[in-house]
Unconditional design. Structure first.
Length: 413
């Protein structure tokens, strides 16, 4: 199986797909799958741009909407995770994962799927210690603070991934696992990106949560993006343990290293994206403690037996099959003559895929739960003002690498 890996998409689907089609023809080969490591920017319409945390000069429709509308169809099955520049209102509809457009699958805020016999896991967003232990408290309509926090990784999602016991073949994270630079040529990295040197030397560059997952899951391949450069590393787990091949890639721009094609041993095709039994069981086990306010999840409240969960999920999959529920559009896209009621873009849309998924697992729908009045007092701002969060600057992520690069280039000018 030949898998194309892409760094930051930034909505440039036309350019990435045309590049892959050119490579496929030039090399007389077949690409089976494209995976993207975040900043996908699944922007469907102008209103989606309002939930995109990026400077106004970078807020553009780009090309995803063509695939959402059906004007174009992705030429390769595509799997992506979220980064820190996303249409967060849309990705929240698909929190558990699902088709963002025909043939384009979002892994969810955390998730595992199978493509043929290859297990692919991923964690969306970037790490920020100030929000890590909070629940998913953000609700539409997002304020300026919400659109800068909703993509911050939460402990709840990482904890679920930490429960995975069966081998993961490929794992995706947007930001790099903390400490990964020790396993590659970090001196070349800081020559290219000198403004990373302090974090590299202090071992604060990257995600602590991703580092924990790397140590726990030990996948053969781990791909990331975010820092807009290519960086490779080999991680040896223990003296005689498995090795993880790590690769970070750039954003889609001319003469940048934004694509890599790898070959992975697999069963003969045809291949398709399918639900993963173990991940569905983990989802079922932990959904009852989904943290929908600022309060952290209470993991002690989980009582379900995993083996019973697995057996129950297995029987459901045997009856229905493992193919994900069908794509359904939920809002008009850019250029559409279709209109919606005034103010409806500020509301949460119950995506039929998500509803069907939760009904299939017999789980409650939490994504549009409003904060109760007693919870509003415990806002993130009140926690920060009382010193309940660790405000150590070393844990503040590089939320906007584009802005950092622009400042650095201005300083060099």
């Amino acid at each position: 199986m030949r898998i194309a890996v892409e760094g930051c998409m930034h909505g440039e689907l036309d350019n990435v797909y045309s590049t892959l089609l050119y490579l496929q023809e030039r090399e007389n080969t077949k690409i089976d799958l494209l995976i993207c490591c975040g900043d996908f920017q699944a922007v469907r319409n102008e209103k989606d741009l309002e939930s995109l945390n990026t400077p106004h000069k970078h807020r553009r429709m780009n090309t995803f909407w063509k695939y959402y509308s059906g004007e174009k169809v992705a030429p390769f099955p595509t799997i992506f995770i979220g980064g820190n520049h996303e249409a967060s209102n849309y990705l929240w509809e698909l929190y558990y994962g699902g088709w963002a457009a025909p043939n384009i699958y979002f892994l969810g805020f955390a998730g595992v799927v199978k493509f043929g016999n290859i297990r692919i896991g991923g964690l969306s967003g970037i790490y920020n210690a100030r929000h890590y232990h909070l629940g998913h408290y953000e609700r539409l309509p997002y304020n300026e603070s919400d659109i800068r926090s909703i993509y911050h990784v939460r402990e709840y999602d990482v904890h679920k991934l930490m429960q995975v016991e069966e081998p993961i073949d490929i794992f995706l994270s947007h930001d790099w696992p903390c400490g990964i630079t020790e396993h590659g040529n970090w001196k070349d990295l800081v020559r290219l990106k000198p403004y990373f040197e302090k974090e590299v030397r202090e071992r604060t560059l990257g995600s602590k949560a991703a580092a924990e997952l790397l140590e726990r899951l030990k996948p053969p391949y781990w791909f990331s993006a975010h820092l807009h450069c290519k960086f490779a590393a080999l991680v040896q787990h223990g003296d005689n343990g498995p090795v993880t091949k790590f690769l970070a890639l750039d954003k889609c721009l001319p003469r940048r290293n934004f694509l890599q094609i790898i070959q992975v041993e697999s069963e003969p095709g045809p291949h398709g994206i399918q639900y993963d039994e173990e991940w569905l069981a983990i989802t079922q086990k932990f959904n009852s403690i989904f943290p929908i306010t600022v309060k952290r999840a209470n993991f002690e409240g989980v009582q379900l037996d995993m083996q019973k969960c697995r057996a129950w999920v297995r029987s459901k999959l045997q009856t229905r099959g493992a193919k994900p529920f069908e794509f359904t559009p939920t809002v008009p896209c850019h250029g559409s003559s279709q209109t919606m009621a005034s103010g409806s873009f500020s509301e949460h849309f119950r995506n039929p895929q998500t509803e069907a998924f939760l009904q299939f697992l017999e789980l409650q729908y939490f994504l549009d739960n409003a904060l109760e009045p007693r919870e509003l007092f415990n806002s993130p701002a009140s926690f920060i003002s009382t010193g309940s969060f660790d405000n150590d600057s070393e844990d503040i992520p590089l939320d906007d690498v584009d802005e950092i690069e622009e400042l650095a280039e201005a300083g060099d000018a």
